[in-house]
Design a protein around this ligand. Sequence first.
Ligand code: GLU
Length: 420
Amino acid sequence: MSTEEDPFENFLETLDEAAERLNLEPNIHAFLRRPMRTLSVAVGIVHDNGEYNIYDGYRVHYNDIRGPCKGGLRYHPSVTLNETIALAGWMTIKCAVVDIPYGGAKGGVKCDPTKMSRTEIERLTRRYIYMILPLIGPEKDIPAPDVYTDERVMAWIMDTYSIFKGYAVPEIVTGKPIELGGSLVRKYATGKGVAVVTQKTMEHLGIRNHPTVAIQGFGNVGSWLAKFLYEMGYKVIGVTSVDGGHFDKNGLNIPQLFQHFYDEQPWSEFKGTDFIEDVGEANKALFESDVDILVPAALEDQITERNANSINAKVLVEAANGPTTPNADWILNEKGVFVVPDVLANAGGVIVSYFEWVQDTQAYLWPEAQVNKELEAVILKAYNEVSHLSKKEEITMRSAAYCQAVERLAKAIQLRGFFP
Ligand code: GLU
């Protein structure tokens, strides 16, 4: 990994820039540059074939200045402590940008869930939760889905925690199945939030007439986003996944691709498109496409100083966490690409997580329409605040989002004071 691709370094670079702009008090700045608590765990499980394997797992509380720590759990071969710290830092900023009363957390297990059976993933989840038990709780740290973890995994988390408590605790985790107190909207909330933010950006920039879009990633975020944008009249001309990319300059048939994907049909067997099997080439073609909007909806460090110059999109909407390195960000700004930062664009997931937690703690469930309405209200309010600050100070949307968040965090630190 080059230093450019160290996610925590990248997080700190953006944080430092905001601190400097705000003339932040040095003690508060130092406080915000460190995660308050990190835990590394050895997650041992017996595989279906009888073999015993130990996986590295982490849970990081970046800080709980504004409320309980909140953040997803990721299963991926590239998980590291450093990455988990960065992701927990981004959660802290994200919750502050959209002004929900949470601090930031993240968890991860370094493993390849695509090569594990359902029962192996269940054992891994339960063992991991057992190992991080001292850290989590509805009033201190509430996990949620992230890359390669879904509502099934959340159900096992809820069950494992509840067994140790001796009673059902639905509010320990968000992104659960509806039957266990999950929110009707959480499944598509991140995609929905990105769609709302994208539409707002189009209005703001005056881009009309079926804007064209290219999306990297067709997981929980990318697939729902593509569906919403298609329904809103956007033309999705390219979509890539880890198994290659589908392209059609006249617009892909997203409802069919969506169905194909959720029917668990092989990605490469979707017919009627220009298909590029090699992932590297597919992403290169996607990033270079002449579109109005490019949406990275996969992992961090996808747009770096190596490929930023070849991006032709007018707007970059970051659905993934940390997809653009600071060097690439600088290049994009020089090129005049309008960047909607991750901490704002993909906040729909955690906003609806917050609603789910509120509903569970009150044991009172809201109708779907109410969740959607409140999601839109919260994310659009944040968009307007960031956009206003960005215009007023003549800074990028990312700088404005960080300044907004850091100000809120600094205020909370001042009010709480340094203990002892
Ligand atoms: N994993 C999501 C994110 O990165 C959601 C976290 C949550 O809902 O707590 O924002």
